[in-house]
Ligand binder design. Sequence first.
Ligand SMILES: *[C@@H]1O[C@H](CO)[C@@H](O)[C@H](O)[C@H]1NC(C)=O
Ligand SMILES: *[C@@H]1O[C@H](CO)[C@@H](O)[C@H](O)[C@H]1NC(C)=O
Ligand SMILES: *[C@@H]1O[C@H](CO)[C@@H](O)[C@H](O)[C@H]1NC(C)=O
Ligand SMILES: *[C@@H]1O[C@H](CO)[C@@H](O)[C@H](O)[C@H]1NC(C)=O
Ligand SMILES: *[C@@H]1O[C@H](CO)[C@@H](O)[C@H](O)[C@H]1NC(C)=O
Ligand SMILES: *[C@@H]1O[C@H](CO)[C@@H](O)[C@H](O)[C@H]1NC(C)=O
Length: 931
Amino acid sequence: MLSKLILLLLVILISCGDSVLDKGCSCNEIKSENDCKRIQCKYENGECKDRELETYCKLESTIGKCPVDGCALYENICQAFSGCTAYLGKNFDVCNKISDLCTSDGERCVALSTCDSYKSKTSCLIDSNGQYCYYDESDIANPQCKTVTTCKNLPLTLKTDGECRQQLLTCTVNESNTGGCIDSGKSCSDQKIKQQCVTNIDQTMECKWNETTNQCYDYSCENGNGKTVDDCQKYKKNCVLAETQDGISNICKNIDECINYKFKETCKIGLLGNCLWLITQIDGKDAGKCVDYNCSQASDDYTNDQLCTKFLDTCTVDDDNLGCKIRESLCTSYLQVSQCVSTINQQQCYWNKSQQQCINYDCENAQVDSYTIDNCNKFLSLCTANTELTSCVKKQCTDAITSQLCTKLGQCIWQDNKCVSYTCVNAPTSLTTNDACNKYLDKCYTTGAGCSSHGKCTDMKTQTACTIDSLNQKCIWINSACKVKTCSDLIYISHSECNNELNTCTSNGIKCINQATQCSDYKIQLSCVISSQGPCLWTDSQCFLFIGCSTLPGITHQFCNFANTKCTTDGTKCVSITSCAKTSQTGCYIGTDGDCVRNLDKNNNTVCEKFTKCSQMNYSTHFQCNRENQTCTINIDKKSCMDLSNSCSSYTIQDNCQITTDNKYCQWDTSTTKCRDQKCTDIVKTTHIDCQLANFKCTTDASKCIDIQKCDGYTVSDLCKFGSDGICIYDTANSKCRLKQCNDITDVKQCSTLPNCLPDTSNCVSKSTCSLYKTEKSCEFDGTDGICTWSNNTCSVMTKCEDANTFEKGCKKKSDICKWTPKPSNGGSSFCKPYTCQSKNSGGSCLPLLAFGETQYEICAEIQLTCQSASISDLTEDTCFINSAKSHYWDKTTNKCLACNGTTATNTTMIDDSNSFIIGTIYLFIAFLQY
Ligand SMILES: *[C@@H]1O[C@H](CO)[C@@H](O)[C@H](O)[C@H]1NC(C)=O
Ligand SMILES: *[C@@H]1O[C@H](CO)[C@@H](O)[C@H](O)[C@H]1NC(C)=O
Ligand SMILES: *[C@@H]1O[C@H](CO)[C@@H](O)[C@H](O)[C@H]1NC(C)=O
Ligand SMILES: *[C@@H]1O[C@H](CO)[C@@H](O)[C@H](O)[C@H]1NC(C)=O
Ligand SMILES: *[C@@H]1O[C@H](CO)[C@@H](O)[C@H](O)[C@H]1NC(C)=O
Ligand SMILES: *[C@@H]1O[C@H](CO)[C@@H](O)[C@H](O)[C@H]1NC(C)=O
């Protein structure tokens, strides 16, 4: 438990980022699985490896799902889908395999859209709703892509009547085996092959194929034959045997009303159910007729409930006790004793004599002299009296002492020689599967030992049953109980580990957390994989939703393209790249074909095109050429551009005499009409800023620009302002211009106007070694040689905690390592002392101590329940890695705590004279320490 606590604390510490503890062994040096899992490494096939950055699409591809929403499968890599045009693909199949949102324009992929928007035959296949398109070439000069509206234009990939009708209701499959569709035959007999023989054109008639004649016929009753009603029913459910004028026929017909059947043989089944062949006497002769078989058909010979039940079990005797009628659904609806037997739902009824009423025959309605147990029981064996003896009630399951009575009570079950209520919870604990529980009683779920009616995680009684509940929620076994698994129950340091356990989780690097509703809620890259919004993308230290370039909240090419190399801008938002030629001129940066550049076409319209060389551009000024590509200038013909030259002298006209490849400025010499390097004096500007803008090597002398010089190079006080070495000041005492120093600044608030000037109490001092700081106040600054401390009225470099025994500010600059004890109020002295294993660690942790120089650690380990100074050999399997500041790992084969490189540590007893410490302490060297 303690070690777990330490681990947790440590993980938290590590995740805080800057801890020196981070500079431990690298993943591949660690040989122990446990140690490996304690940092952002991954243990796989017996090796500890660096964890790869997890992205949504990378994870999707490992489960073999790519392409999916948000991911494209391009060049065999599952990558964030940035829009169809970013991918090259010469036909539909290629592009649709990259993403099912894409088709091809013959060269690259384009988004599926409406048929009429497709310009080429290659893209003309389906629209974005999955409807088929076809390429109408009837007008050869102007072929067009159109939505399919006739059967013959449906594609050959459709191979069944169903597939054809799904596209267009009146189509069936083509009879040649090429596939494709044709107009359906009007009626079944018009369908030519078995594959078409499904329905007629408007789907009002089912068709059947006669294998002997190879013909399609209407699957109607009239086309069926047989000798009995049964034969016709077998042929088709709604058919019965037809009749002729004087007997039965051998063909079928549609089912009819009973009354319309003329013969006993056909009087079987009618539209409303069974039929009854009724014999009556007409003129003294028996005559039969076919009627619906219902209660009212019973003759007057049926004079009581029992007889009527025999006629049809839904009947009771009629009100006049002659004939039958249908049973009521409530006992109370019966008005006569003779009918008061049972309802249509088999509720038993009972005639209450005193009230002259038919009521339910149950305990609640018991008619007894007094409500004693005996009386109630006599009325109905299921009944007993309530405790107050004020009414009869149904017995409890547990009151039944025989299995017979138990069964009679209903909802009770006799098991283990007892009668218990027949519910899930009373199932025997020997039932351990959902199947067994469901067989015991419908809708029961296992608890691992018995059943429950909900099957919730919290119902599970064993760890093995604690996996998933009846609502498909995952369960987790914690503290000997089962509960619904939540992200916060899981401790993993990566998204995938958390997500594998529960797909609503991600990690925050320490433990699992719920996925955020929005990508932008994630603050660290590790969590930034997916949110409820969709896949996320980490860029520029922020997490964004990424479903195509347009979800990125930026407008510049730089932003869009940095986030995803297949995104650029159209000038107002991020968009997917496409060929330069198809890129808008407001977003003309890169295309699928490379760098793009804006150019003028024949009509002087601005277009975007692939950049190959400066000379492709048709501009007429240096400014235009150079604006579109900084490596270009105007050509001598002044109609196109050319490459910049590397020397001014190679330019032959004034227009391109501007700048060289290495950013040297050029000057057109009007007297020689040649181009040469520019001198500051060539520029006529009167302010420093203007001269700098023209040429950063220049300043001004108020009438023209001049070369910038070091401060002491200026002889005129007016020029003494900006030197190449810094800001200048005119020293009137020596009539000299020189570099401005910190102590030239008199206003302490202005110290920061010069670099490396620090505000002391009354003047500015320049940053220097500690010993040059003369006041206690300036000694609070860090020196160029380290942290300073003030003592004995001098400032010096602090090399150990004790140096700051009387200088609180200094001691507190090392607060991680030194502990400040103020001067007690009752006298004595203050102290600055290094922490010890014990004073630094509290609350169960026993972490190593950083030495004053911050390049070494002192090992601490818990020995005899105290955290104390220790050596590597004191560390155990549990503590080796963490207590050695992750610079050692536990080797299971030798059972030793080994250094990263696999060697046994030699006990280097380094006595650091800057630190008080116990002899025998071991220091670890931290190889790469960052300040
Ligand atoms: C198929 O047609 C033949 C000839 O008309 C007929 O005898 C036979 O009953 C038919 N078969 C079916 C299944 O309808
Ligand atoms: C294009 O612009 C240039 C410079 O303005 C001009 O000389 C040329 O005639 C223009 N061409 C067309 C086709 O307008
Ligand atoms: C400018 O042209 C150079 C080659 O001359 C090329 O490498 C570079 O990519 C171009 N820059 C842009 C922004 O097109
Ligand atoms: C300060 O002075 C005292 C006494 O003179 C001396 O013992 C001590 O070492 C000095 N401290 C430092 C830091 O020089
Ligand atoms: C292994 O690492 C330890 C501690 O970092 C070091 O002292 C030792 O020199 C290294 N040995 C080898 C062979 O690199
Ligand atoms: C290191 O020191 C410990 C005690 O501090 C001792 O037990 C151990 O043998 C030493 N190991 C080596 C390799 O010298």
